[in-house]
Design a binder for this molecule. Structure first.
Ligand code: NAP
Length: 533
């Protein structure tokens, strides 16, 4: 994933000192911005290939950085009521929003995003911080939460038990994927901070300039208590080896990296809480009741095209498999191709561009390998023209009539602007089983106006997905589509998708809090916790 390494005294050395607007990215550890050590990693604009920033491994004592966060940031955050933590989130949301245009520019230069794709990431960051600020304000002056009501223990009315939720005493370590450097960092941090835990965020190296700029803005607000926030740029180094029983890891990225994180000996030895958000072969399902040309059909086409093209298909929630009844398969392919043919691929700085490059050369190579595998299992029915220079991948649509047997289609996430149409008979149980062939996903979309067909399909898909998007005639023009993750709804999915769960309003805080049942005399408990019933 990470591009080539430069020699310490070559071009990179000059660039790191700020020549030509290129920045040497720094970590923020123990309340200070620190330069890395070792060879420089140049980060390039994926459109032009120019170096825009350089990164070095932090070279810092990460055990000490974690201890500083635990001992300094933790008590300060825990000492604040939810409303106080909410005020911090509100200020951080405003800082991101206030620098929106600058951040859009950083996103374009370091990630190749179009203006619209950059806004999706950056506005997602400020909106999630703001949503958790609103939630925090509603929780008021408390510093911990009660879970449910007090219940009598056995038959006693006097000896009762109350479940309480208190912030954990460690550090929330957040490891993020390259595709959402702003939103990914902010959504995890918002929840942990509101719960009362300090955060150490490690952005993916290739798109870290945007995360670093946001971190600078956050630090500059002066709102974050000392130790509440740390940022580690470059490789994770031995970070995970220093985690203990009160620490948490929230990881977003590929399944293979997730396995390494989960298998880290310190994590295993201390049962460190780990949440994983990983790959997903998200599905879009057209119901047999939907006629080509209807509003519901148009919604299906719009959502699929948006997902295939937005962020050049580099969204964990993007539609990868499109299941359509055999009877309308040709119509569905024609309608998708018709819409896709109007998509313009090119320089993300140009207003008319819909699809920019993928984030870097390594990513381009990985998508091209995936496309070569798809070519062996499916027929390409459309491909856009794309510039030859830069990390561009031509958006493409495939079709296979092999159903369950098209193994690559169901098992390989090609993380770029590509999806595959797979016809099915129209039977609900068949399409649920086809969807489950992906091994667990983040989101499934169903398009139908027939509750008798869609009901069992939605409930049949539910065990395999964290979210289901049911499109129909009456809401055809009211939905942001399946690819948009909302702070109030859970995000995550079983199996291949990582088995994790994030966000979901208050639900997201549970990961960062310890649920403890306290059994005691009702009167004494009331004095400590407030009214217990
Ligand atoms: P990746 O290569 O797995 O990297 C993810 C993160 O893990 C990066 O910050 C990476 O740092 C770090 N990392 C790599 N090796 C590590 C190790 N041994 N210990 C600790 N951290 C390590 O994934 P990616 O290419 O950035 O992201 C693309 C993948 O993420 C796709 O598969 C996509 O589906 C998935 N994704 C999932 C979600 C979701 O919510 N489910 C959201 C977005 C993306 P470096 O960059 O420094 O290597």
């Amino acid at each position: 994933m990470v591009p080539e390494v430069m020699n310490g005294d070559g071009e990179g050395e000059r660039l790191a000192r700020g020549v030509g607007g290129i920045v040497g990215l720094r970590s923020y550890l123990e309340g200070k911005w620190v330069d890395g050590t070792g060879p420089e990693i140049p980060l390039r604009d994926p459109t032009s290939g120019e170096v825009v920033a350089t990164v070095r491994a932090a070279g810092a004592d990460l055990a000490r950085a974690l201890a500083f966060a635990r001992e300094s940031g933790g008590p300060r955050l825990r000492g604040m009521p939810f409303a106080g933590r909410a005020a911090i989130l509100e200020g951080l949301a405003a800082a991101v929003h206030g620098a929106r245009d600058e951040l859009i520019d950083v996103s374009r230069r370091s990630g190749g995003t179009t203006r619209s794709d950059a806004k999706f990431d950056i506005d997602g960051a400020s909106a999630t911080l703001q949503a958790y600020a609103v939630l925090g304000r509603s929780l008021g002056e408390r510093t911990f939460l009660l879970d449910g009501d007090a219940e009598g223990v056995l038959r006693s009315k006097r000896f009762v038990a109350q479940h309480v939720l208190v912030p954990r005493r460690g550090v929330a370590v957040h490891i993020n994927a390259f595709n959402f450097p702003a939103w990914g960092m902010a959504e995890k941090a918002a929840v942990a901070w509101l719960a009362g835990m300090p955060v150490l965020s490690k952005p993916a190296t290739s798109t870290s300039p945007l995360a670093v700029r946001i971190a600078e803005l956050w630090v500059d607000t002066g709102l974050l208590p000392e130790g509440a926030f740390s940022l580690l740029v470059g490789p994770a180094g031995d970070l995970l080896d220093h985690l203990g029983p009160q620490d948490n890891v929230a990881f977003t990225g590929g399944s293979e990296t997730a396995r390494q994180v989960r298998g880290n000996p310190s994590i295993v030895a201390h049962n460190v809480r780990v949440n994983v958000e990983a790959d997903s072969l998200n599905v879009s399902i057209l119901g047999p009741d939907v006629s080509p040309g209807s509003d519901t059909f148009q919604m299906f086409v719009n959502d699929a095209v948006r997902d295939l093209t937005q962020k050049a298909g580099q969204k964990c929630t993007a539609v990868r498999r499109i299941f359509v009844p055999t009877a309308v398969a040709d119509d569905a392919v024609d309608a998708l191709v018709d819409r896709l043919s109007r998509v313009r691929v090119g320089d993300p700085a140009a207003r008319e561009t819909d699809v920019g490059p993928v984030a870097n050369e390594a990513q381009r190579a990985s998508v091209e390998q995936g496309l070569a595998a798809l070519e062996r299992a499916a027929v390409r029915v459309w491909r856009a023209d794309a510039p030859e220079r830069g990390s561009f991948v031509p958006p493409s649509l495939y079709r296979t009539d092999a159903g369950r047997d098209a193994a690559v289609v169901h098992e390989r996430e090609v993380f770029g602007p590509v999806a595959t149409v797979v016809p099915y008979s129209g039977a609900g149980d068949e399409v649920v089983s086809l969807a489950a062939r992906g091994g667990g996903g983040l989101v499934a979309s169903v398009y139908s106006d027939d509750p008798a067909w869609a009901g069992p399909v939605v409930l049949g898909l539910a065990p395999w997905h964290g979210r289901i998007h049911w499109g129909s005639q009456k809401v055809h023009d009211q939905s942001p589509g399946p690819g948009t993750v909302l702070a109030t709804l859970v995000h995550g999915g079983p199996g291949r998708a990582g088995g994790g769960e994030e966000l979901g309003g208050l639900r997201g805080l549970m990961f960062y809090m310890q649920r403890t049942a306290v059994q005691a005399d009702r009167g004494l408990l009331d004095r400590v916790l407030g009214a217990t019933s």
